[in-house]
Design a binder for this molecule. Structure first.
Ligand code: NAP
Length: 282
């Protein structure tokens, strides 16, 4: 699995991680999701993305069960605070709850899930306090456009922004015009969420191009998608898989590097298009 520096601290993180939105909370499906996370970790996908919002804490509990007993330093665990909790004190309390649900004493990165009505200054101050207290190793944001990033940077006093987690898939390439270049310039990791775009790539006219590249490379179209999204040095992707087969397939994409002509062919098959309005999110 290819890994690369994640943000200015330079911690090396595998390019493909694992999402946990909508993971089942109970029963056989939850057991399968837990096994998938574990299989993904064994195959190098140690970057696990979760949030207090997902299943009202149930996803974090599932992550806690999946990582129980594993060496902490081998994992890269990320969670997110809800904007409605992201006050000076609320952020700290939310982080404590997330840590408790996962049985952890620190997070590798803690993000503001999206920008709400709490002043950014308060949230950023709280996140810096959590770094100082050793409860999080780095801080980040999600669904931030360039203006939001600049504002967050302007109110941070000690810590840099490690990452911006954004919607990025073959039919939604808006970040490529502003957010991605800005992140590259400022050493901010760009983490692609919903990388499969709810299957949009399979229905798009360019799909045959993916199929042909996949066949030539002995890969699957889904793996080619992940390789394309992580072609840039500062980028990562966090697909979610409900079972071991998808987890294994996604992990193997972390070894696939596309040639410049393959990248150009996908670029033509799934054109980036023009920005319309603000930064898209889910
Ligand atoms: P996604 O990962 O793009 O897609 C998940 C879907 O793709 C599931 O139906 C899954 O099926 C399927 N899939 C997984 N691996 C596959 C493979 N190799 N081949 C074909 N299909 C495959 O969507 P997502 O869950 O929305 O996004 C990923 C993660 O990003 C989330 O789980 C969450 O952690 C994060 N996220 C963050 C935000 C934010 O605002 N920051 C928003 C949305 C998502 P199975 O489940 O059956 O395997």
């Amino acid at each position: 699995m290819i890994s690369r520096p994640f943000g200015p601290a330079g911690t090396r993180v595998p390019v493909i991680g694992q999402g946990t939105w909508n993971v089942p909370a109970r029963g056989a499906a939850a057991d399968a999701a837990k096994a998938a996370l574990r299989a993904g970790i064994e195959r190098g996908m140690v970057h696990i993305d979760t949030a207090e919002m997902y299943g009202d804490g149930a996803a974090e509990e599932l992550v806690g069960a999946a990582i129980a007993g594993l060496p902490r330093e081998s994992l890269f665990i990320v969670s997110k605070v809800l904007p409605s909790n992201a006050t000076l004190h609320g952020t700290v309390a939310a982080c404590d709850r997330s840590l408790r649900r996962m049985g952890l004493d620190y997070l590798d990165c803690y993000l503001l899930h999206w920008r709400g009505t709490v002043p950014l200054r308060d949230t950023m101050r709280a996140l810096e306090g959590l770094v100082a207290a050793g409860k999080i190793r780095s801080l980040g944001v999600s669904n931030f456009d360039v203006d939001d990033l600049k504002e967050a940077q302007s109110v941070l006093e000690r810590e840099p922004i490690a990452c911006n987690q954004v919607l990025y898939h073959l039919s939604e390439r808006t970040i490529e015009d502003h957010e991605l270049p800005y992140a590259r310039e400022h050493d901010i990791a760009t983490v692609a969420y919903t990388p499969f775009g709810r299957g949009a790539y399979e229905r798009a006219p360019g799909y045959q191009t993916l199929v042909e590249i996949a066949q030539r490379r002995g890969a699957t179209p889904a793996q080619v998608v992940l390789a394309f999204l992580t072609r840039d040095p500062g980028t990562f992707a966090i697909p979610k898989a409900a079972g071991v087969a998808h987890a294994a397939e996604n992990a193997a994409a972390g070894d696939l590097r596309l040639a410049p002509d393959e990248i150009a062919a996908i670029d033509r098959a799934y054109p980036a298009g023009r920005r319309r309005g603000g930064l898209p999110s889910l």
